[in-house]
Unconditional design. Structure first.
Length: 73
């Protein structure tokens, strides 16, 4: 996961938490829900980035194995 991705995901989570708290304090259920949704989006982006990194690692491993087999021939 790139540093920019980490920053953007953290920004979403922090911003979402702030909106959620603001909604709770003011009694604005819509704002609270918006904050919860934004926070969940940041968490989901984290998970997707982690999955992407794992897939890239697996692809690189498979690629390396094929290259090694080609060199052995």
């Amino acid at each position: 996961m790139s540093l920019e991705d980490k920053f953007n995901n953290a920004k979403d989570k922090v911003s979402g938490k702030a909106k959620e708290v603001e909604g709770k304090v003011t009694g604005d259920k819509a704002r609270e829900a918006q904050g919860k949704g934004e926070g969940l989006m940041g968490k989901a982006k984290d998970k997707l980035s982690e999955a992407k990194d794992k897939v890239e690692d697996v692809v690189d491993d498979v690629k390396d194995k094929f290259e090694k087999k080609s060199e052995d021939k």
